[in-house]
Design a protein around this ligand. Structure first.
Ligand code: ME8
Length: 506
């Protein structure tokens, strides 16, 4: 059986979750659901990154301990996962004792091997990024991401010999041209490596909120090393009594936005090479959701609350909008107006209305039973075959937007088909009966297949579509293998109901 392992970044708990977190989590969920539909064994991991300065600072401001703060925040992140209807198999917290122990074991091995050494160091540190910057990386003396002036930090730290892995990394990039997707991000990462890598500090002496370095408890492990390791440590203890590393490592996809590309595309592979693990098969780097032309960020305070949007419009429309509005992989502006307009034109009209009309016509012209199409009549089998292949290919490349657009072309063509074949006219002609049955069957079948293909994006609405069309919506009915023409059962009873996506007053 094929296996598929997908991850989101683990999110910082210094503030509440926002739409950017929901976005990556939903994308990972779309992939996880799709691969389950393909019949694969899937592991989908998300979680929280709880150590480090920003989280400790947030706790201090609130007059509570970092652990108390993390315990409160994690509830909100877990709630977000639930509200976006994500089917993660595990939720890792970097404060889990099993994770802590696994991180200590990992870096102890690197230390024993000679890949970690002690050195005094002075550098420019952005504590919001938890990263050092060189002068040339700053923009007008400020952090390129946070717009704040970095502090000069001077301490004795443990360093990882990143520079020793430069050639091995370049060789890996050159022999794995799809390691980082999209290609622009691959080029960016490769050229960063090519420009020369310096050893990096992997411990902090001034931080107390972190994992103690096992051979020197006066230091804690650098939060990024602690965080990146989650992708492996989680597999070690997610399932009681089974180590899932042999089964699921290497990961198929790590999803993230471009803000954390360097950590995943340079430091993470080097750490894995140093310790003898295989590298993840792909990183997929999506763009930023922008509000009013700026990246949403907690520091800037321009965040959209995903809970509010979901409460107001429902989770499926939100999931749909995320990938329909902004090409996945690029930056894009989102807005309430844009959301409402797409909701009305595509969900209420193109899809919802098509379901209502199809069910209503079958109720009116065929006692609510899916008709038997006459033998040898025209169908959309070839089109559906192409559509199924195109959508699998798009999702293989994590091109969620192309996948949706391809499905939408088909939904639009079904709407056109209703207009052109005018079942209401056929119903009035005695000679039109066979043709009417054929049209109604084609609509049910086209919608059944659309629902299967759309399922990873809109899990609830698509099951509801299948139910209204008189079909089962369990896991076996949803299998991608069923997205072939002819599965709709003649004689199944359709059900009228309230609109699937009630039109919004704009
Ligand atoms: O970086 N648009 O955590 P984080 C799209 N703990 N995606 C966005 C976004 C936006 N405006 N804002 C955030 C961290 N994201 C580390 C990760 S992983 C080993 C450690 C998403 O809470 C996107 O996936 O800052 C981005 O990479 C991630 O949230 C950053 O989350």
């Amino acid at each position: 059986m094929n296996r598929f392992y997908v991850t989101t970044p683990i999110y910082y708990v210094n503030d509440v979750p926002h739409i950017g977190h929901a976005y990556t989590t939903i994308a990972a969920d779309v992939l996880a659901r799709h691969h389950r539909q393909l019949g694969e064994e899937v592991f989908f991991l998300t979680g929280t990154d709880e150590h480090g300065n920003p989280a400790a600072r947030a706790a201090r401001k609130r007059g509570i301990t970092p652990m108390e703060h993390a315990n409160e925040m994690v509830v909100k992140f877990k709630e977000l996962v639930k509200r976006v209807n994500a089917t993660n198999d595990f939720f890792i917290r970097t404060t889990d004792p099993e994770h802590i122990l696994a991180v200590q074991l990992f870096i102890q091995q690197l230390y024993d091997k000679g890949d970690i050494y002690l050195k005094s160091y002075s550098g420019l540190y952005c504590s919001s990024c938890e990263a050092f910057y060189s002068e040339k990386e700053l923009v007008a003396g400020k952090c390129p991401d946070h717009g704040t002036v970095p502090e000069t930090v001077e301490e004795e730290n443990y360093f990882f010999r990143l520079s020793a892995y430069q050639q091995q990394l370049l060789d890996y990039y050159d022999s794995h041209s799809d390691f980082v997707r999209p290609a622009t991000r691959f080029n960016e990462a490769r050229s960063f490596i090519e420009q020369g890598l310096e050893d990096i500090s992997i411990s902090r002496a001034t931080l107390e909120w972190g994992i103690p370095v096992p051979w020197d408890e006066s230091q804690v492990v650098y939060v990024w090393v602690d965080a990146l390791l989650n992708y492996i440590t989680a597999l070690r203890y997610a399932k009681k009594d089974e180590d899932l590393v042999p089964k699921f490592w290497p990961a198929d996809y790590h999803l993230m936005a471009k803000d954390i590309l360097k950590f995943h595309a340079v430091i993470w592979p080097a750490l894995l090479m140093a310790s003898g693990y295989e590298l993840p098969r792909h990183l997929f780097v999506h763009g930023y959701l922008l509000l009013g032309g700026q990246k949403m960020s907690k520091t800037r305070g321009n965040v959209l609350d995903p809970f509010e949007i979901i409460n107001r419009y429902g989770v499926d429309p939100f999931r749909f909008y995320c990938f329909r509005e902004v090409a996945f992989g690029q930056d894009g502006v989102i807005s309430v107006e844009g959301f409402e307009s797409r909701y009305n034109s595509e969900l209420a009209n193109d899809l919802g209305n098509l379901v209502s009309r199809t069910v209503a016509m079958i109720a009116k012209y065929n006692q609510a039973l899916v008709p038997q199409p006459p033998a040898g009549s025209e169908d959309f089998s070839e089109e559906v075959q192409r559509l199924a292949a195109d959508t699998v290919k798009a999702l293989e490349e994590v091109d969620l937007t192309t996948c949706l657009e391809r499905i939408w072309q088909f939904v639009r063509s079904l709407n056109k088909y209703v207009e052109e074949s005018a079942p209401w006219k056929l119903a009035k002609e005695d000679a039109g009966r066979n043709q009417l049955n054929n049209v109604l069957y084609n609509l049910v079948e086209g919608l059944r297949i659309s629902a299967i293909l759309l399922h990873p994006f809109m899990p609830t609405a698509t099951c509801e579509i299948l139910r209204r069309l008189g079909h089962a919506s369990d896991i076996s009915a949803l299998a991608r293998a069923n997205a072939v023409w002819g599965g709709a059962k003649a004689g199944a009873r359709v059900e009228s109901d309230v609109p699937l996506f009630p039109k919004l007053a704009t």
